[in-house]
Design a protein around this ligand. Structure first.
Ligand code: NDP
Length: 316
């Protein structure tokens, strides 16, 4: 561990729309924010293709492009943006302690958590095996779909993400089979309609995955079963995608912050405040309801304003 402890006024953890918006506001309020990007600079939006619902982009924008613009905007006001992963925190005292990559120690007057959420997998042994081998399992169609062009794939899930990703895959792949565990979609009507109307998307309702099949190196199929009839079938595919929701990235804070049963940080309603003074939360790390780029940006703004007011009150 390094002996030199860095002191900062405002430390922002995470680089999605929440983190960058917090940085823009904190920087413009002279809080000299330091922002750690985490392992996925730009956050979840870097895995999204077309964003059509963020106000101000009448023709849409790709997720990665939008994140580059947000980063540039934060840098324009001198946000100190760094690579690094927060591995440990200690919020037991007035000065909040944070360790970066198990090495560098930072003491921060205020902290804004914008760590977002990560994609979930089914957890089947066969799924994890081929995921680790890089042999045909993915939770990000936009990142990996290209590798399966002109091939047949399966996608698990029935929410907006699953529909969006199935539609994306349908443009690259010859056939996409959607596995929906209930007899209906969770997705909004417009998204569900889009997949139903796409010719090369086949939807199997009441269908769950028993096993991802492979040759020991790569995926060659999937064994599914109908949870009404118990009837099984093997579907030959080369790509197995999951789009079944997300887990908030909050494990590192669990000893100090109040979390709900899923791990979302509990904030004081109507604010970005957590149960620890001087520690604020924004974006998907605390939001299991809206989970949109624009709401994440909005709560990033709230967190910076709350942090600024906290510092002003402290400095008297
Ligand atoms: P959701 O939580 O909305 O949906 C998850 C889906 O995965 C559900 O259909 C669920 O099934 C299914 N699922 C969960 N676990 C399993 C499992 N073990 N086996 C099989 N299926 C499983 O997550 P999304 O990521 O789709 O969406 C998150 C939020 O983001 C939502 O609010 C959504 O509206 C929003 N969003 C908006 C978009 C847009 O507007 N462009 C695009 C993408 C997301 P079940 O229904 O049975 O619970």
């Amino acid at each position: 561990m390094s002996d030199i402890i860095e002191k900062v006024k405002c430390l922002i953890i995470g680089s999605g729309p929440a983190g960058y918006t917090a940085a823009i506001y904190a920087a413009r309020a002279n809080m000299s924010p330091v922002l750690y990007q985490g392992t996925q600079p730009g956050g979840q939006l870097t895995t999204t293709n077309e964003v059509e619902n963020f106000p101000g982009y009448p023709n849409g924008v790709t997720g990665p492009e939008m994140m580059i613009e947000l980063q540039k905007q934060a840098e324009r006001f001198d946000t100190d943006i760094r690579n690094g992963w927060i591995t440990k925190v200690d919020f037991s005292e007035d000065i909040h302690k944070v360790w970066v990559n198990d090495e560098k120690e930072i003491h921060a007057d205020t902290i804004i958590i914008s760590t977002g959420a990560s994609a979930k997998y089914l957890g089947l042994e066969s799924e994890q095996k081929y995921l680790k081998l890089g042999g045909g399992v993915s939770a990000c169609a936009v990142c990996d779909g290209f590798f399966y062009r002109n091939q047949e794939v399966v996608i698990v899930g029935a929410g907006d993400s699953a529909c969006e990703e199935a539609h994306y895959l349908s443009k690259l792949c010859t056939k996409v089979t959607m596995l929906v565990r209930r007899d209906e979609f969770r997705a909004s009507k417009i998204m569900a309609k889009r997949v139903v109307n796409t010719e090369n998307i086949d939807i199997l309702f009441n269908t769950e995955t028993e096993e991802v099949l492979g040759d020991g190196q790569v995926v060659t199929g999937v064994r599914v079963f109908n949870n009404n009839t118990n009837e099984k079938q093997d579907i030959p595919i080369t790509g197995f995608f999951t789009a079944i929701g997300h887990k908030p990235n909050t494990d590192v804070f669990k000893d100090y912050l109040d979390l709900d049963e899923t791990g979302y940080i509990i904030n004081v309603p109507g604010t970005s405040k957590t149960n620890v003074d001087g520690v604020f939360v924004s974006g998907d790390a605390a939001d299991h309801v809206y989970r949109q780029a624009v709401t994440a940006a909005g709560t990033g703004c709230m967190a910076a304003l709350d942090a600024e007011r906290y510092l002003a009150a402290k400095e008297g």
